[in-house]
Design a protein around this ligand. Structure first.
Ligand SMILES: [Zn+2]
Length: 323
């Protein structure tokens, strides 16, 4: 089934790892070879049947102002460079049509996600220029609240979304950028769903009914995202899938994330592959994983997930949407 409907992974931190571990020297890392201890390379993407990958261009939430913009541009440059360095396997994509064409050609469609509204430094012009550079989504916050949107892991500053926050959502809808609600507070998620004119996405979030972590999404909001036509991509990070997990127990419990699926079926849920930057992932979901997916989820359900993901890409990047 995955050969017919390849995985679209919503979040991968390889670009940050290249900056952090390899001094941003893209040429020092051969993605066609085994890159362990990094969690991503082309052979493993192929083995995991990844047809499209959103590469995160995250910068830390405590990096603010023009420096956050500058660092984001550097991260985008890293993605552009490693995609260009691997033309047989990777190709840049900015639309659903690109993804379909690139998958058909046997390559991995490469998209970009900005992981935090701090990275636009309060300027819609910067947001629009990110789109021009190929960015497909922006997560509204990372781990810290902004003066226009709140993080789930910080004290609120906006109590949902301010007028500027709503302007960000409207402009993202207008220019075809997916609004990513991972990391944001429940109040901000509610405000986004009220303001959005296109389906939203949670690029890497799990179910709070199963694991009571602030980064996870409660059932009522999972249902609301489903009603919005949106999508939730499940995050395997141990702290978000197990209250029993503690640092120092890196193997974690048996993949409880997969148990989340029936409970969250009102929203469209996709599986997020592992990526460098998560630090630790449960052993039971270490790649290769297609067989585990197949044994864990019924075929029809997974097909529904995959077609939903194609649908949201179409809806969210369709030209002509005006906010
Ligand atoms: Zn994140």
């Amino acid at each position: 089934m995955l050969s017919k409907t390849p995985v679209i992974d919503g979040h991968n931190d390889l670009a940050w790892e290249i900056r952090d571990v390899h001094g941003a020297k893209v040429e020092s890392l051969d993605l066609a070879a085994d890159t362990r201890p990094l969690q991503t390379d082309i052979p493993r993407l192929r083995k995991g049947r990844v047809g499209a990958q959103f590469w995160s261009v995250w910068v830390p939430a405590d990096t603010t102002g023009p420096r956050a913009v500058e660092m984001t541009l550097e991260q985008i440059d890293i993605v552009h460079r490693f995609v260009a360095a691997n033309p047989a396997a990777l190709e840049r994509a900015t639309s659903a049509a690109d993804i379909r064409r690139i998958e058909k050609a046997g390559r991995i469609a490469s998209l970009i996600g900005v992981e935090g509204g701090h990275q636009i430094d309060g300027r819609l012009s910067v947001l629009r220029q990110y789109r021009a550079l190929g960015v497909g989504y922006m997560t509204l916050t990372h781990g810290k609240s902004l003066n226009w949107a709140d993080s789930s892991t910080d004290a609120p500053r906006a109590n949902g979304l301010t007028d500027f926050g709503r302007a960000v959502v409207a402009d993202m809808n207008r220019i075809g950028m997916i609004v990513d609600v991972s990391h944001v507070s429940d109040a901000t998620m509610r405000a986004v769903l009220a303001a959005a004119r296109a389906p939203v996405m949670a690029s890497h979030s799990s179910a709070r009914a199963l694991t009571d972590a602030p980064r996870d999404i409660p059932d009522d909001l999972l249902a609301a995202i489903g009603a919005n036509g949106g999508i939730v991509m499940v995050n395997f990070y141990p702290a978000f899938v197990s209250t029993a997990w503690r640092p120092g127990m890196p193997t974690g419990p048996p993949s409880p994330r997969l148990q989340a699926c029936p409970r969250t079926s009102m929203a469209r849920v996709r599986l997020r592959r592992s990526s460098p930057g998560t630090g630790t992932i449960p052993n039971r979901v270490s790649p290769p994983r297609p067989l585990r997916i197949m044994s864990s989820i019924s075929r029809g359900w997974l097909a529904g997930i995959m077609s939903a993901s194609a649908a949201i890409m179409t809806a969210s990047t369709a030209p002509g949407r005006r906010g």
